[in-house]
Design a protein around this ligand. Structure first.
Ligand SMILES: [Fe+2]
Length: 150
């Protein structure tokens, strides 16, 4: 089939037109996905704010209730207190940094940092339960003696 130049031109331009329509739909879908992800990231930030508040209260409790008991339970007491203090210092710093992020500015980066925080908190709680809250360590007969070096 012989086509003249203007027919070739018409066919190719029509194909471009169809492809442009499809591309427009793809761009709309991409924008929808980006918007939904940003919305989800904002909801996550709100949810995390509630978690940070609860978690900060929890570590304040550990400081007031657990820390004095740990200090005196055995020869490793001071080391346990030191690691609790360091852990809580890091956790407060991480929370302050996370709470200040705009999740829509870098959705991927925000998700990665929240995921890392969740992993760290989970593993710190497990380590605390193993190293400090274990009933063999924190026994009911643990006698809390005021440090008294007169
Ligand atoms: Fe804890």
């Amino acid at each position: 089939m012989e086509l003249d130049a203007s027919q070739v031109r018409r066919i190719i331009l029509d194909e471009h037109s169809v492809l442009r329509d499809e591309l427009e739909e793809v761009v709309t879908l991409l924008e929808d996905v980006a918007t939904q992800r940003a919305d989800a990231a904002v909801r996550l930030k709100q949810r995390m704010k509630a978690f940070y508040d609860a978690f900060l209260k929890h570590i304040a409790h550990e400081d007031s209730l657990l820390r004095p008991v740990l200090a005196d339970i055995d020869a490793w007491g001071p080391a346990r207190v030191q690691s609790l203090d360091e852990e809580h210092r890091q956790q407060r710093a991480t929370i302050a940094a996370l709470a200040g992020l705009d999740p829509t500015a870098d959705v991927e980066g925000y998700l990665a940092r929240v995921k890392q925080f969740v992993r760290e908190v989970s593993s710190d709680m497990a380590a605390e339960e193993r190293d400090c809250l274990n009933p063999d360590i924190l026994r009911d007969d643990t006698i809390v003696i005021d440090s008294f070096t007169g």
